[in-house]
Design a protein around this ligand. Structure first.
Ligand code: SF4
Length: 365
């Protein structure tokens, strides 16, 4: 019997933006075009502009009849977001954009340029309802789910930026604001549009897309059944229920064992290695015995199909949570590896521009 989906999956309707091309199925797009008096073949032209050439303004789509462009813009390409602030760091290799949405809500995306790739970290919700106490976004609560268009257009914008520089956007991580699996249907639709080849999507490889979660076990299983080869990243942050109940309150609903069971199901179905995210917090979850327990539990649940990403905590202003000292971090890595589980420290690109999720939006508020 299917596990009933929890309440966190219900989508707040308030404040959703007007429908955008990316929100609609092909049937709905054809219907909208026909209401404008345009034939079906225009769909393919418009999709090539949006996904292939990364253009979102029909006024520049010169193969559309001149008198149709404004109508297409009004019906299918409303302005979804406008940049409010752009902050750069790491010699301009990291660029964080704070977007203002149509109803005034704020969201962030971060573009990180590396020598061999360009990764965009995107948001799936405005705010977040998961209430992790060490996280700036969690303190503000959930404003609302993002629409498919608002998720997809973060990618189009960054892909256009990279294209203009002669580069290519190669990787997407859903690790910005929000819990992606709490906005499940829209996130899955966005992943399909990100990964399908043009004219159905941007053609980024599924293997280069990472979907993170705090551990909504039924949704992890559901994602596994979508038969996609995206990487699953589980924000575990501690291997024991006692502390996890506090650090990641959703643990009160799905325990560490249930989350790891679901992660194993994902690894079995997708053939992909699961990534375990662990924000290392001084004197909270950085003890040697916790490293041993983490390695042991992961090895037992996932064998060699797991990798631990340690994230030195980026302290939020005024918070009591702090990053672990370097020696503690090194010792933690060593002890996890000793249990047969690969473990590395995540590059903290962008830390100087407040790259903890939600931090820029929290400052703005
Ligand atoms: S850490 Fe992630 S899941 Fe937890 S409150 Fe922050 S954004 Fe939400």
């Amino acid at each position: 019997m299917a596990t009933p989906l929890p309440l966190v999956f219900s989508a707040p309707k308030r404040g959703m933006p007007p429908a955008h091309f990316a929100d609609l199925s092909d049937e709905q797009r054809i219907e909208a075009l026909s209401e404008l008096g345009l034939p079906k073949f225009r769909l393919n032209q418009i999709a090539r502009h949006y996904y292939g050439r990364l253009e979102a303004d029909p006024m520049t789509m010169t193969d559309l009849p001149e008198d149709a462009r404004a109508k297409v813009k009004e019906a299918l390409f409303p302005t979804l977001m406008e940049p409010l602030r752009v902050v750069e760091a790491d010699d301009e290799n990291t660029q964080k954009t704070l977007w203002k949405l149509h109803d005034g809500t704020l969201l962030e995306s971060v573009l990180m340029r590396y020598p061999d790739r360009a990764t965009l970290c995107i948001s799936s919700q405005a705010g977040c309802g998961m209430a992790c106490p060490f996280c700036a976004t969690g303190q503000g609560g959930l404003d609302r789910n993002l629409s498919i268009g608002e998720i997809v257009d973060q990618v189009r914008n960054a892909a256009a930026t990279m294209h203009a520089e002669g580069g290519r956007l190669s990787n997407i991580v859903f690790m910005g604001m929000g819990e992606p699996l709490a906005n499940y249907k829209r996130v899955v639709s966005a992943v399909r549009q990100i990964t399908q080849p043009s004219p159905d999507g941007f053609g980024i490889s599924q293997r280069s897309v990472t979907v993170s979660t705090v551990g909504l076990a039924p949704a992890i299983r559901k994602l596994a059944d979508e038969d996609m080869s995206v990487t699953l990243a589980v924000s575990l942050h501690t291997p024991d229920d006692e502390l996890r109940d506090e650090l990641v309150p959703v643990n009160n609903r799905w325990s560490v064992a249930e989350v790891l069971d679901a992660a194993r199901y994902y690894a079995d179905k997708s053939g992909r290695r699961v990534s375990i995210e662990y924000a290392l917090i001084r004197d909270i979850n950085d003890q040697g015995w916790r490293a041993d327990m983490l390695g042991e539990k992961l090895h037992k649940a996932l064998g060699s199909r797991v990798h631990v990403n340690l994230i030195p905590l980026n302290p939020t202003p005024g918070s009591k949570w702090d990053a672990s000292p370097r020696e503690r971090q090194d010792e933690f890595v060593r002890r996890v590896i000793a249990q047969g589980v690969p473990c590395t420290v995540r590059d903290t690109k962008g830390q100087e521009i407040a790259a903890a999720c939600g931090q820029l939006a929290a400052e703005e508020k």
